[in-house]
Design a protein. Structure first.
Length: 435
């Protein structure tokens, strides 16, 4: 019985960008089965070899697939809002080839069975690669630690209580100590609970609207506490969804002291400010809340100078019933898988940072935070995205592949369209086939 050789595909006339190697040049890439067989500047300059499938990129960017550090997939427990399948379709349409899910599902991912469930469902769908965090504490109750060593062994990529910060300093201290012992990372959305019970950014606008405010100090106070615990334990710590200028300053100082701290933000925090709440617009209710214009600019600057390591989608799908409510009762969060790349590209179009640096914030940097690898390498997995960085389009949430449409970016003009997404050598999204 003869065995059929894996099909080879040549991607020609591409602008290859790989932040890991510093590559940014016209060239080509050759895949065979699930792997990258060859790539380089000038590859296929004289045409592709015979007997291969040829895809002409026509000058579009070919870069590593996006790695999304923070998504809420809602499965199991809230499949009416999102599933691993629907999130997978949305992810690949956005150029995301790997994403990591928060553990706040029902049941909560706080044991081996939960980690294995996510892995099995992702294998069944065969879209974007899906990994999961496990919770720091059992039941997200902030008290008893989960089995950090065992869960790491079974594939948990890190530990977080998701939308809930670990308020007990001793619990966080112990978690960071274990993270050091098992070479994993603890992720926290820094919000001091007693100061963050409001619904929007505190200040003049909140007072005028009669809405309870969340002070920027809620973020920086918890961050300062956690960084002292990092100093005490030597643990590896990641601050999720940094949203204030004060937090950026604290992180800069922590790094000067040599602490192992990384951080991310999401596009809404460098694109929008608190004025989006406007006339009680619930689609602009997020957690942390949209901040002041000064904070927004500080976050954009911190992404540009590398203080903020990574950009994530913070994909938080909610159905209409959860959002079409009085502002104070509406669930916080927005969907973000399909808008992550075009919203982030605005930083390039504004000359705030280079295309290669932006791709780093979306690929190699988030992968490195989780001790993973991302990049275009011979023999490496054929996970990449092809996109036109200049193509203009209008965000229309009704056309999202996500089950939920809760986005404040309706009718928002962007530049940058995903043309094709490839995972393990398979085309899992093609804009040409969608049209």
């Amino acid at each position: 019985m003869s065995v059929k050789s894996p099909e080879r595909t040549a991607y020609i006339n591409a602008r290859l960008i790989d932040p890991d190697t510093g590559l940014d040049a016209p060239g080509g890439l050759l895949t065979e089965g699930e792997e990258i067989l060859d790539l380089g500047a000038g590859l296929f300059a004289e045409g592709a070899p015979e007997g291969v499938t040829v895809i002409n990129c026509a000058g579009a960017v070919l870069a590593p697939g996006l790695v999304d550090l923070r998504t809420q997939l809602r499965e199991p427990g809230e499949e009416h809002k999102e599933t691993i399948a629907s999130a997978g379709r949305a992810a690949v349409a956005g150029g995301i080839t790997s994403m990591v899910a928060l553990p706040n599902t029902d049941p909560i991912v706080d044991d081996v069975a939960g980690v294995e469930f996510v892995a099995r469902r992702a294998r069944e769908e065969k879209l974007a690669k899906v990994y999961t965090y496990a919770s720091i504490t059992r039941g997200l109750e902030g008290q008893e630690l989960t089995e950090i060593g065992l869960l790491s062994e079974y594939g948990a990529r890190g530990f977080t209580d998701g939308m809930q910060p670990v308020a007990d300093a001793n619990v966080m201290r112990r978690a960071l100590s274990y993270s050091s012992a098992f070479d994993t990372v603890v992720l926290q959305m820094p919000q001091e609970p007693s100061l963050s019970s409001g619904v929007m950014n505190s200040g003049e606008l909140a007072m005028r609207l009669g809405l309870s405010g969340i002070s920027p100090l809620a973020e920086v106070i918890m961050l300062e506490r956690d960084l002292r615990l990092v100093e005490m334990t030597g643990g590896r710590y990641h601050a999720s969804l940094v949203s204030t200028a004060a937090s950026v300053d604290v992180i800069r100082r922590a790094r000067q002291r040599g602490l192992a701290v990384t951080c991310d933000t999401a596009p809404q925090y460098f694109t929008l400010n608190e004025s989006e709440v406007g006339d009680y617009r619930t689609f602009a209710r997020t957690m942390p809340p949209l901040r002041s214009e000064e904070d927004r600019q500080a976050i954009a600057d911190a992404v540009a100078d590398g203080t903020i390591d990574a950009i994530c989608s913070d994909h938080s799908p909610h159905d209409q019933d959860s959002k079409r409510l009085p502002f104070a009762l509406a669930e916080p969060g927005i969907v973000g898988l399909e808008t992550l790349l075009p919203l982030s590209l605005a930083l390039v179009h504004k000359d705030a940072l280079s295309m290669k640096d932006l791709i780093s914030r979306l690929t190699t940097a988030p992968a490195a935070i989780l001790k993973g690898r991302s990049g275009l390498k011979k023999g490496g997995p054929a996970d990449f995205v092809i996109f036109d960085p200049d193509r203009p389009w209008m965000i229309e949430p009704d056309r999202f592949r996500s089950k939920s449409k809760n986005s404040p970016f309706e009718h928002y003009a962007v530049q940058g369209e995903v043309l094709q997404t490839v995972v393990d050598g398979r085309t899992v999204y093609s804009a040409a086939e969608e049209r």
